[in-house]
Design a protein around this ligand. Structure first.
Ligand code: 13P
Length: 254
């Protein structure tokens, strides 16, 4: 798959059933630009409804926010990639910093989750990003490159067509403090270059790299100016249809 422009909304653990379904309806009632791929990363409990509501609509899909690395078994409370696949969920967010921080997911386990997703026909939206301390130390590119090497570099070349990367600096998530357009572009370019050198130019060129961390309608256009920024993974601002549409529009116009 070649490089695509994508805006994914990560709803995290927000919205009750009625509000979630209404927000999907509100997003569908907006005029989503057709050349952007829009993804809604819903809480698992709403995924089946989301799939049913979106299945005939071009350019918009749901994502799960996580999946377990095992196919099935005694893992109470978990959701497997085959389960997601069985209700036709096309995407799954893997390695979000909140999963790494609160559920102790590490690079090795995330590599297994990526494998489970791909083996079941799901496209991983693989998240990476550094803490404020690492950013201040100046080692942010090395650190994020290592996250990618450890969780994705075991994949054979053909698998990369189904990978999307989301760079989300932890210090910019939910803080209102976004990376500057220059900081986002610097990291995206560094990752693309590293993947180009260590994997192949073809893989690097065709990879969509999204930025996440306090993206809003007011800063999206600036962030999307970066040549290596192919879209956004949006948290808080994806919970309002109007604001979310403005971000998708900003990408369409970039
Ligand atoms: P915010 O947009 O709320 O900062 O969240 C970003 C994020 O974590 C998306 O996955």
């Amino acid at each position: 798959m070649s490089r695509r422009k994508i805006v994914a909304g990560n709803w995290k653990m927000n919205k009750n059933n009625n509000d979630a379904l209404q927000l999907i309806r509100d997003i569908l009632a907006t005029n989503l630009p057709r050349d952007i791929h829009t993804v809604l990363a819903l809480p698992s409990i709403y995924l089946k409804n989301g799939v049913d509501m979106l299945k005939h609509i071009f350019g918009i899909d749901v994502a799960a926010q996580n999946c377990h690395q095992e196919q099935s078994g005694a893992f109470t409370g978990e959701i497997s990639a085959p389960m997601l696949s069985s209700i036709s969920v096309p995407y799954v967010v893997i390695g979000h910093s909140e999963r790494r921080q609160y559920f102790y997911e590490n690079n090795e386990q995330l590599a297994q989750k990526v494998d489970a997703a791909l083996a079941n026909g799901l496209q991983p939206i693989f998240c990476c990003g550094e803490s404020l301390d690492i950013r201040k130390s100046g080692d942010h590119v090395i650190y994020v490159s290592e996250q990618i090497r450890e969780s994705l570099f075991h994949l054979s070349d053909d698998k990369w067509a189904n990978i999307i990367i989301a760079y989300e600096p932890i210090w910019a998530i939910g803080t209102g403090e976004t990376a500057s357009p220059g900081q986002a572009q610097e990291m995206h370019a560094a990752l693309r270059s590293m993947i180009g050198i260590e994997k192949s130019a073809d893989i690097a060129d065709n990879l969509s790299i999204l930025y996440g961390g306090s993206v809003k309608s007011t800063n999206a256009a600036d962030i999307f100016r970066g040549a290596d920024v192919d879209g956004a993974l949006v948290g808080g601002a994806s919970l309002d249809a109007g604001g979310f549409l403005e971000i998708v529009d900003a990408l369409a116009q970039s």
